[in-house]
Design a protein around this ligand. Structure first.
Ligand SMILES: *[C@@H]1O[C@H](CO)[C@@H](O)[C@H](O)[C@H]1NC(C)=O
Ligand SMILES: *[C@@H]1O[C@H](CO)[C@@H](O)[C@H](O)[C@H]1NC(C)=O
Ligand SMILES: CC(=O)N[C@H]1CO[C@H](CO)[C@@H](O)[C@@H]1O
Length: 725
């Protein structure tokens, strides 16, 4: 591209010299104006950096003398380029849309052409088009970062680059010079970072669309006081935090607010009453809480209000219900709230009656929703795509794993080179542990001794000497990094002691072989326990003990370990039981330990499908709330005897996982159906409901809505008093 580009530029330069004289004279006569031909060259350079598979820019050529007549180019009376409009996709504009720049995402400026676009990058030469007012290249395939020169174009009024693949750090953009900017539309790109303070300098801003990026941070307060703001679209990013009470101060003309699909919490600011022109308020899929403010009913023009999928509690103000302006109102999926949780901790006695009430009331006010909006369709498409990719990855993963395993079976259990070399031991077991006797006791890692397969390798039972049995986890990683770093990491793991964490006894690591030695637990895994539980009634007290112990172990890893440890793969098969059914969490610290090693886990997510929190699957960024989610799935499995991806869900509408299944039953007031057969009858009901609710709140879609592990442990300790008053 580079070579061709340069050749092209040279050719254009000579061509344009040829035409220069002609053009000059022609235009001189026609308009009496001097035409700045350097802008023509700038446009050609711009074209060079783009690729144009549909020949949208076929008129952009030196042979076509007046660049002001090229496709998408508009010049002002001084024959300087003032507008560039190259709409792609099916949203090809005809004529100027600046006047009524309307976007309900079903932008209505479309002409017939569909599916055409330009790609490539926007060149820095755009900064030389000093009189540019409108830069509109939406729904194309522009990629890379935006050139810094754009931010120096002081005459810009419209930047519309929606629906491209632009990436870059929004924090780094300096908007200080764009005093005339009215429309900033960078929606549905790949921007990250935060909204910079300098955006406050764009006092004439009327439309701000940053939806569908990966922008994080809080929503800056100045957004709520941009006087001319009509539409603000910040949905489907990663904004968190709350909006202060004085958020909306100068919102006289504000018409459309969309903050949905973020992680916002707190209350709806009462200052919303200042926005008297507001017609659409979309706050769905956040973690907003508190009551629905009666201030909303002061908004006489409010037609669409969607605050579903939050944590609002209490009653909907009667005045709002009676509003004449409201056409669509969605309050569903609320009221499964932390408030109830907190109250239940404080006052366990009143719990069951509260539950009844909440259950009876939840989801009663449903929106008058019909069909999908375009945004929803896009989201569904994106979600399906993600699911598809995940499925492909999972298939690829299992394929690789099987290949690897079969090659292992076919007999290269790496020859013991290291003879009687002792392992690194953190805890004596009463018999010497050497490479040889471990390999021997596991029959050279044969499947006969295999007791489990996990993400990082298989685990084998090894009876080192009569009566002394250990579990050996053989890691299937290629040691391409230094052994010393591994040693340092694993030593810190060897120090960790908690009554519900499996004990790391020692390890062995060389370039050809790595294994960890743990204490052996004869009770099998919680996964097996759940399967067997189906055929026998296990007391609720035992279930409670297991979930409580696991919660304390996770809370310990999250809060008391230094450095903190995220497990990232909590699931029943990683929880082992001793003969008294006391649970021990295993595999902790491994994902961090093996970071940078080549494991066969090819995705960035170190979890297991069905247990992975939605935000982790999407972003690969783990927080303690990722463990809380997986823990919640495990808890739901334990009380329902269903698996995370139970085959029975496929026949249920909208119920692919245990999480959506349990949430649906809860919303429909059918919580009794969640419990394993016989469990509800055995009671006590209030404890069962409390456990269910804990499982639900832990698997809340927005991570901000999930409790911390130590809160979970505290709640479970409270519940314990039901058994031992
Ligand atoms: C959108 O365009 C269609 C025809 O192309 C027209 O019937 C409709 O009224 C337009 N809607 C708006 C809001 O302009
Ligand atoms: C984005 O830029 C800001 C400010 O320069 C910086 O602090 C931040 O780390 C950057 N973010 C990323 C992800 O690079
Ligand atoms: C619709 C609604 O607000 N329903 C209930 C939510 O939960 C509280 C209890 O915390 C009930 O009082 C509401 O009726």
């Amino acid at each position: 591209m580079g070579l061709f580009g340069m050749g092209g530029r040279k050719r254009q330069r000579s061509n344009s010299i040829l035409f220069l004289v002609f053009n000059l004279m022609f235009l001189w006569f026609v308009s009496g104006e001097f035409v700045d031909f350097s802008e023509k060259n700038r446009l050609l350079e711009l074209k060079n950096a783009l690729f144009d598979p549909h020949n949208l820019l076929s008129s952009w050529k030196p042979a076509n003398p007046n660049h002001c007549s090229w496709f998408g180019v508009t010049c002002n009376s001084h024959a300087r380029v003032s507008e560039l409009r190259i709409p792609g996709g099916k949203f090809i504009h005809s004529g100027s849309c600046l006047g009524d720049y309307h976007f309900d995402l079903e932008r209505n400026c479309s002409s017939g052409r569909k599916g055409k676009f330009v790609g490539g990058i926007l060149s820095n030469v755009i900064g030389d088009l000093l009189e540019l007012r409108v830069l509109s290249v939406p729904f194309n395939q522009i990629s890379g970062e935006l050139p810094d020169a754009i931010w120096g174009l002081r005459n810009l009024e419209v930047i519309d680059l929606e629906g491209n693949s632009i990436n870059g750090n929004l924090s780094m953009i300096d908007f200080t010079y764009l005093k005339k900017l009215q429309v900033l539309n960078l929606g549905f790109n790949r921007l990250f970072g935060k909204i910079p303070k300098s955006l406050a300098e764009c006092e004439g801003l009327s439309i701000l669309n940053l939806a569908g990026n990966r922008i994080h941070g809080t929503i800056p307060v100045f957004i709520g006081s941009i006087r001319k703001l009509k539409g603000v679209y910040l949905s489907f990013n990663r904004f968190f935090g709350s909006l202060p009470d004085e958020f909306w101060t100068n919102c006289d003309v504000l018409d459309h607010v969309d903050f949905s699909g973020n992680f916002l919490d707190g209350k709806i600011p009462k200052s919303i009453r200042n926005c008297g022109k507001l017609r659409t308020l979309l706050l769905f899929s956040n973690a907003f809480s508190g009551g629905v403010p009666s201030e909303l009913s002061m908004l006489e023009n409010l037609a669409v209000l969607d605050i579903s999928r939050n944590r609002f509690v209490g009653n909907i103000p009667v005045s709002l219900v009676n509003s004449k302006s409201l056409v669509k109102f969605d309050f569903s999926s609320n009221n499964v709230s932390e408030q109830i949780m907190v109250e239940s901790v404080v006052n366990l006695q009143s719990l069951s009656s509260q539950h009844r009430r909440a259950l009876a009331d939840s989801g009663t006010v449903d929106g008058k929703k019909k069909g999908f909006t375009l945004l929803e369709l896009v989201l569904i498409l994106v979600a399906s795509l993600i699911v598809l990719i995940l499925i492909v990855l999972i298939i690829a993963y299992f394929y690789m794993r099987n290949r690897r395993r079969s090659s292992q079976v076919e007999g290269i259990p790496s020859p013991p080179r290291s003879g009687t070399e002792r392992l690194v031991i953190f805890k004596e077991v009463g018999a010497p542990l050497t490479f040889d006797n471990v390999v021997q006791a596991t029959g050279n890692f044969t499947s006969r001794y295999c007791i489990g397969n996990g993400g990082f390798g298989s685990t084998y039972r090894a009876e080192i000497s009569p009566g002394i049995t250990v579990a050996v986890k053989r890691l299937t990683v290629e040691m391409c990094q230094g052994v010393p770093q591994f040693n340092a990491e694993i030593r810190s793991l060897g120090q960790i002691r908690h009554p519900n964490l499996i004990t790391l006894i020692g390890y062995y690591a060389s370039m050809s072989e790595m294994f960890l030695v743990y204490n052996y637990l004869p009770g099998g895994s919680l996964e097996e326990f759940i399967c067997q539980k189906r055929n026998s009634v296990i007391g609720l007290k035992t279930v409670h003990k297991i979930v409580f112990d696991v919660a304390t172990a996770l809370a310990f890893l999250h809060d008391e370990c230094n450095p903190r440890i995220l497990h990232r793969d909590v699931k029943p098969s990683n929880i082992l039981l001793d003969k008294d059914l006391k649970p021990y969490l295993s595999d902790f610290g491994l994902s961090r330990l093996l970071e940078g090693f080549e494991t066969h886990v090819t995705t960035g997510v170190a979890g297991t499908f069905g247990y992975v929190a939605p935000e982790y699957a999407l972003t690969c960024r783990a927080s303690d709330k990722v463990d809380v989610y997986s823990y919640g799935v495990m808890l739901l499995e334990l009380i329902s005897d269903k698996r995370a991806l139970d085959p029975s869900f496929s026949s249920q509408e909208n119920g692919y996982t245990i999480v959506s299944w349990a949430w649906r039953l809860w919303r429909e007031g059918r919580m009794v159906e969640v419990f394993a057969p016989g469990m509800w009858e055995a009671g006590p009901e209030n404890v069962l409901l409390e456990l269910l609710q804990l499982g639900l709140v832990c698997t809340e879609e927005a991570s901000g809505g999930r409790p911390k592990m130590r809160q979970v442990a505290r709640i479970l300790r409270q519940i314990q008093t039901a058994f031992d008053p």
